[in-house]
Design a binder for this molecule. Structure first.
Ligand code: NOJ
Length: 717
């Protein structure tokens, strides 16, 4: 074992503070800051001694930087290389929100393993993933990076990501250490506006927001990133309760905590710190170790120590945690990690990785509507593909790491070998989210050509830049030129299928009313076009299920299925009573609920049967329902188990997903799908601890969160 404490004891204050500083690759090269203090010149000593770099990757680049760095570092402490490998490194999988709709954690784990393999040969050691933020408001652009609105499912996916990235000891090849983010509650940004403040009560925080971060840590994530937001008045980056009391104290986390990008400087803007020195002290004293892309520790640390505003003990502990991570990654013995150009050439975008990307993209797409069997397009049918995504390689969201648009397969390319396809690109969206007006005459001319086909496929949506960080939107409609195209297309009298590319649930109410079919494609990644063609042409049936509710209108947001009950619930869609918790101008229900998604088959559910109607402490019961494929093709049905706790010390959500089983059923096949219900599923953070409370419950089994197919049982005290 390397004696890291001894190493720390030989380091100067500046050397220690530099270990706690992360520079961008750009800053390392140019000596200047990026982010909100873009262009500010850095102390050359900090550049020389910095502990880690953000965003520098590629085997040759990393080897060169590390070689240069080690030439001058007095103790030979290697740099750590970190970046945002969010859903693939060079081979890009669907955006996390899309991946989550696969309801297939094993596939998600495999995507993370592949991402780690490609990234590790390019010299990276740490990924800023998974993003375990719970999201309830589709206005927030970063919903694209999340796995959705369900705490239990998010926890399952957080674990799957960590297991995929950290699939072997950290010094082995093909592994990335994980940094779970953004701690905590970033997804609750008020009004869906990025970087905005959050108010989350203790019950909601513990029961809904924290479980997914915790799951990532329980799975072994080595790092935690602070969130930009203030949580109940205290910015997360300087939040001692969050990082010291909860994370390190109550949860026993002993890994590395890092700020988000420039978040230390932002403590001043938050009105929480008077100046950058104050912000450095608040961050270190909160229990955070590394500042990302800022220089406050290095610039002010020595003075803060002299003034007793931070302690050497706290600095040493932080440095030790950083050095331990470097040691665990094997960098002291092999500072280049697994960076290797020959392996990059062999592994990046190799056929096996592309095949997994295609399979996962297929599983991520959600069929929202399919009247009259509009989809799939059958052999011999002709069809026109129109819209901005008809022949576009905008298949990647903005977190595409080293993925390149030119390496993506567009829909037109994927359909190229098929007879009877007419591709008519139109209505482009600019990267700033604006959509140039398209003259009616131009649309009409395209539609004349389209009208000669049996069916129309409209490939519509947002530009990738309209979601992700700083991609909040107040209006979630499809761009107006695209809607005009759709309105015109729908009067031709031909079946119209709309494919929606987006990073978030859009308000598709009008499109739903107009088109015969709707298929949500998300940003599907490198193999997006091929995956889409597989589904459109019926080579596979869609099987994705929504992990975020789709609103009728923006005014319903935040919207999520697992809300707490109200004292005046609305009884069904058509309840005429005014004095209910309702809108007078919109339904309460979503356009498409959580868990929803169609296939090319259809399924019928039998009633829920329980093995017992009473469950004593320590016992389990089985809840089951028969599921029959009443269609004519085989398909995957994601059978879902929801529980409702009828009365508790705190009011409990009206539904809580607690299990699912993705079963493949042949046409006409019936299967009895069983779930074991145990007391762990009934536990929550009560006023007196994490426990199940005796009383009545309902177990629902159905195709989505709106199911009424349930049976009642009682948990004994
Ligand atoms: C800011 C983002 O909020 C965070 O998610 C990301 O990891 C960092 N930038 C680094 O790129």
């Amino acid at each position: 074992m390397r004696d890291l404490r001894q190493l720390v004891s030989h380091m100067t204050i500046q050397e220690k503070l530099a270990q706690l500083s992360q520079l961008s690759g750009e800053a390392w090269n140019g000596g200047k800051l990026m982010g909100i203090r873009y262009g500010v010149t850095l102390d050359p000593a900090l550049v020389r001694m910095a502990g880690s770099l953000l965003g520098a990757s590629g085997a040759k680049t990393v080897r060169d930087i590390q070689t240069e760095h080690l030439k001058t570092h007095r103790h030979g402490i290697p740099l750590l290389f970190m970046t945002d490998v969010i859903h693939g490194y060079r081979t890009i999988f669907p955006s996390p929100l899309g991946m989550a709709c696969s309801f297939d954690p094993a596939m998600v784990r495999e995507s993370a393993r592949i991402a780690a393999l490609e990234a590790s040969v390019s010299g990276l050691q740490v990924t800023f993933s998974p993003m375990a933020d719970l999201v309830r408001d589709a206005r927030w652009g970063r919903v694209v990076e999340s796995t959705g609105e369900d705490p239990w499912l998010n926890a399952l996916y957080a674990r799957a990501f960590v297991e995929g990235y950290q699939n072997a000891p950290l010094d082995a090849g093909g592994v990335l250490a994980c940094c779970v983010k953004h701690f905590a509650g970033y997804g609750a940004a008020e009004a869906g506006r990025d970087y905005n403040t959050t108010e989350i009560g203790d019950y909601q925080l513990r029961d809904s927001y924290l479980p997914a971060y915790r799951a990532a840590l329980d799975a072994g994530a080595r790092m935690v990133m602070t969130a930009f937001n203030a949580l109940n008045g205290v910015p997360c980056t300087g939040n001692r309760w969050l990082f010291t009391d909860l994370l390190r104290g109550e949860w026993g986390f002993d890994g590395v905590a890092i700020t988000d990008c420039t978040a230390v400087y932002e403590l001043v803007n938050h009105g929480f710190c008077a100046d950058n020195a104050d912000a450095a002290a608040a961050t270190l004293n909160a229990g955070v170790d590394i500042e990302m892309v800022s220089d406050t520790f290095f610039t002010h640390g020595e003075r803060l120590l002299a003034e007793g505003r931070i302690t050497m003990e706290a600095v040493d502990s932080a440095v030790l945690r950083v050095l331990r991570l470097k040691d665990e990654m094997g960098l002291f013995d092999n500072p280049y990690g697994h960076a290797d150009e020959a392996s990059e050439a062999a592994l990046h975008l190799c056929p096996a990785h592309r095949e997994t990307a295609r399979a996962l993209a297929r599983r991520s797409m959600v069929l929202l509507k399919n009247d009259g069997g509009t989809l799939p397009i059958r052999d011999g049918e002709t069809f026109a593909v129109l819209g901005p995504y008809a022949d576009s390689r905008h298949m990647l969201d903005i977190w595409h790491c080293e993925g390149r648009e030119e390496e993506c397969v567009s829909l037109a390319e994927a359909l190229a070998g098929r007879d009877g396809v007419t591709v008519l690109p139109c209505c482009p969206v600019n990267a700033d989210g604006t959509s140039p007006a398209v003259p009616d005459a131009a649309l009409d001319a395209l539609l004349v050509k389209a009208a000669a086909c049996d069916k129309l496929v409209l490939a519509l949506g947002e530009h990738p830049s309209m979601s992700a960080e700083a991609g909040s939107r107040a209006c979630l409609d499809l761009p107006e030129p695209q809607m005009r195209l759709l309105r015109k297309a729908c009067v031709l009298g031909k079946p119209v299928a709309v494919v929606v590319f987006s990073g978030r649930p859009l308000a598709l109410t009008e499109a739903h009313g107009l088109a015969q079919a709707l298929l949500q494609a998300w940003f599907p990644g490198t193999e997006g076009g091929n995956a889409l063609a597989d589904l459109l042409l019926g080579r596979a049936s869609p099987s994705g299920r929504l992990t975020m509710s789709f609103p009728h209108s923006v005014g319903q947001l935040p919207l999520y299925y697992n809300h707490l009950p109200t004292g005046r619930p609305k009884h069904g869609r058509n309840d005429p009573e005014r004095f209910r918790s309702r809108y007078i101008d919109a339904p309460n229900e979503p356009l498409y609920p959580f868990g929803y998604g169609l296939t090319y088959a259809s399924f019928a559910y039998g009633g829920v049967t329980l093995s017992a109607s009473v469950m004593a402490a320590g016992e389990t019961i089985t809840a089951s329902a028969s599921v029959t494929n009443t269609g004519t093709v085989a398909a995957i049905e994601v059978v879902q188990l929801y529980l409702r706790d009828m009365a508790g010390s705190y009011a409990r959500p009206v539904r809580m997903l607690k299990g699912f089983d993705a079963v493949t059923l042949a046409a006409g096949e019936t299967r009895e799908v069983r779930f074991t219900v145990d007391a762990d599923m009934l536990k929550y953070h009560t006023p007196t601890g994490y426990q199940a409370e005796a009383g009545g419950f309902i177990a629902f089994i159905g195709p989505d969160a709106a199911t009424e197919n349930g049976a009642v049982f009682t948990l004994l005290g």
